[in-house]
Design a protein around this ligand. Structure first.
Ligand SMILES: NC(=O)c1ccc[n+]([C@@H]2O[C@H](COP(=O)([O-])OP(=O)(O)OC[C@H]3O[C@@H](n4cnc5c(N)ncnc54)[C@H](O)[C@@H]3O)[C@@H](O)[C@H]2O)c1
Length: 329
């Protein structure tokens, strides 16, 4: 397939460019570098379009020119805390951009669309393993924007079917992505000012960029009191994109959970990072952050039924892949 990847200069999008290319697809990247790596085009070695994914006319011209079979949409504002402080900015980029991109996709008759979504649409369900049809209940503006994009996409597939247009789409809800693999870049260095992933903070400590980790809340309803999450390796996310994109049937809309179903608490992740690095990891205990659920775990049986199996099952192995990654700084 000819695939356009938006957000191709970002963490997951850059892995997807390499991973989907290795699966034999003809891939092109798109990013406007508002958050990604400006050196991505030189390291990815695929045709690269420096464009705003929400510039409908420019995207329409590109889609017509290149006759893509599929758009895989990774571009988004991804920081939960930034979204809490400035919801309009996040809604404009996530929902506004996706709306205009989808309009261009529709006008250019691109038949397939795959959206990056997140377990942040789910909130704190209390269920042991969350399924795709469980109710959504976002706990942040970021989660709300992704839930809105999912709904828009579902409605667009339905409208296209009514109009007899062969359009299909899938939503992949990733749980907590970490690790490094196919892409040229490892996990992004954590910046200050925004929430960052736990694995990034742990990498910062063991690589000497910060001197401790703060654990936000130790009184959650979990076995050791710290938040429990389902971590998924970035290459396993890309493998899900490949399988789902290949299998999409005309007129179909489907959601998939992308996680291992294995729980890791914050304390367990800190211990795993100590084991992998043999480096001391000083811990400071802090207060809870707004919007953090006790435990969010994926039931990914729908995705596994397509033949997807995660290659990395433990946080140890995911963290080690990031720690041992060698690539451009
Ligand atoms: N990282 C995670 O743990 C995680 C978990 C669940 C879902 N997701 C989703 O996966 C996707 C990728 O996340 P990531 O961690 O790689 O983020 P990232 O910030 O590393 O990458 C996002 C990329 O999109 C680009 N971008 C944003 N808006 C754009 C626009 N309007 N036009 C062109 N480019 C634009 C940015 O410049 C950046 O390169 C996002 O949709 C995110 O919501 C990520």
């Amino acid at each position: 397939m000819r695939i356009l990847i938006t957000g191709a200069a970002g963490y997951i999008g850059s892995h997807a460019v390499v991973g989907l290319q290795r699966q034999g697809h003809e891939v092109q990247g798109l990013d406007d570098f508002r958050a990604g790596r400006p050196d991505a085009p030189e390291h990815l070695g695929v045709p690269f379009h420096v464009l705003d994914a929400g510039d409908e006319e420019a995207i329409f011209a590109l889609l017509r020119e290149e006759s893509f079979d599929c758009v895989q949409h990774f571009a988004a504002d991804v920081h939960v805390s930034a979204s809490v402080g400035a919801p309009i900015v996040t809604w404009e980029n996530n929902v506004g951009t996706t709306t205009r991109l989808l309009s261009a996709v529709r006008r250019a008759s691109v038949p397939k669309f795959v959206l990056s979504s997140t377990c942040a649409v789910l909130g704190d369900s209390g269920a042991a393993l969350v399924r795709e049809d469980d109710p959504v209940c976002p706990m942040s503006p970021y989660g709300s924007t992704k839930a809105a994009c999912e709904r828009l996409l579902e409605e667009e597939v339905s409208a296209a079917a009514s109009a007899g247009a062969p359009f299909s789409a899938a939503v992949l809800r990733y749980f907590n992505v970490c690790g490094a693999g196919a892409g040229p870049f490892g996990e992004p260095i954590a910046g200050s000012g925004h929430d960052v992933r736990l694995s990034q903070v742990l990498l910062d400590v063991v690589q000497g960029r910060r001197d401790h980790i703060t654990i936000f809340g130790t009184d959650y309803a979990t076995p050791d009191g710290t938040c429990v999450r389902d971590y998924i390796h970035v290459d396993d996310v890309v493998a899900a994109h490949s399988i789902v994109g290949d299998r999409l049937k005309s007129g179909e809309f489907c959601r998939y959970h992308v996680g291992t179903g294995k729980s890791t608490s914050v304390y367990e992740a800190v211990e795993a990072a100590r084991r992998a690095s043999s480096h001391p990891i000083p811990v400071i205990l802090g207060n809870r952050r707004p919007g953090d659920a006790d435990s969010v775990m994926a039931d990914s049986s729908r995705l596994q039924a397509l033949g997807w199996t995660p290659g990395h099952l433990s946080f140890d192995s995911m963290f080690a892949s990031a720690l041992n990654h060698r690539g451009p700084q």
